[in-house]
Design a protein around this ligand. Sequence first.
Ligand SMILES: NC(=O)c1ccc[n+]([C@@H]2O[C@H](COP(=O)([O-])OP(=O)(O)OC[C@H]3O[C@@H](n4cnc5c(N)ncnc54)[C@H](OP(=O)(O)O)[C@@H]3O)[C@@H](O)[C@H]2O)c1
Length: 251
Amino acid sequence: MGGAIARGLIASGSWQAADLICTAKSDSGLARIHASLPGVQATRDNPLAASEADIIILAVKPWFIGEVIEEIRPALDFGRQLIVSVAAGISLQEMELLLAAPEPPALFRAIPNTAVEVLDGVTFICRQNATDEQTALVHGLFAALGYTMVTDEQHLAAGTALASCGMAFAMRYMRAAMEGGVELGFRPGEAARIVEHTVHGAASLLLQSGMHPEVAIDQVTTAGGITIKGLNAMERSGFTAAVIDGLKACR
Ligand SMILES: NC(=O)c1ccc[n+]([C@@H]2O[C@H](COP(=O)([O-])OP(=O)(O)OC[C@H]3O[C@@H](n4cnc5c(N)ncnc54)[C@H](OP(=O)(O)O)[C@@H]3O)[C@@H](O)[C@H]2O)c1
């Protein structure tokens, strides 16, 4: 996720590679940064990276957050720096306790999805003790990577289900459609391209028109036609209920 954010920031043009310092734990992780992020400073020295940064994004697995904070705490300057954690499941309150700052520091949690790498992601941001100006800075950073919403922590689980797990759900529909396309007579590669462009087109149509999906569906369903037969067959197999059950199972 840290790599996806860094690649997205550079691809968006809002940040230069030279503006970023990325850290890894292992030599192989460092080599991956060098290979996938040319021009970015890469180091295994977390305190050095933290001391040079204005915005520190913590993107390690949740169970490593404590040890990384412990390591960088002496290098932190809360008056100057903003801390953003992307670790799922670590609350702002827990972050504040781990940081043990003399004054409550401005803190952010961000939950991006993997599409930030292609600048079409969804990111939820929560804040604690942050000014509107600081929030605008962090919002702007993630807004360069796609749709970004400032929300409260109570909505993060639902947001994660919809946008992060949702990536897998949308892709599972796409895989199913590709398999159906092969059964209908297309070669696998052809079916894949058709489904990718169809789903991309459907999302673009809704985004650009602001239409509710059902209104857009009505436009392509002729009375007694084939689309409504297909939709009804899918519903008889539990399509809508399966999607809602999947979303609720994520929480
Ligand atoms: N994946 C998602 O879709 C997603 C979405 C939202 C939030 N998140 C959150 O993002 C965080 C990272 O997830 P991930 O899937 O990207 O994990 P990951 O693939 O394991 O990557 C973690 C990276 O952190 C590095 N690292 C580990 N310990 C370190 C340390 N002490 N100092 C410096 N670097 C260290 C690792 O370096 P090495 O390669 O050298 O081991 C690795 O490059 C998690 O907290 C997760 O909850 C993930």
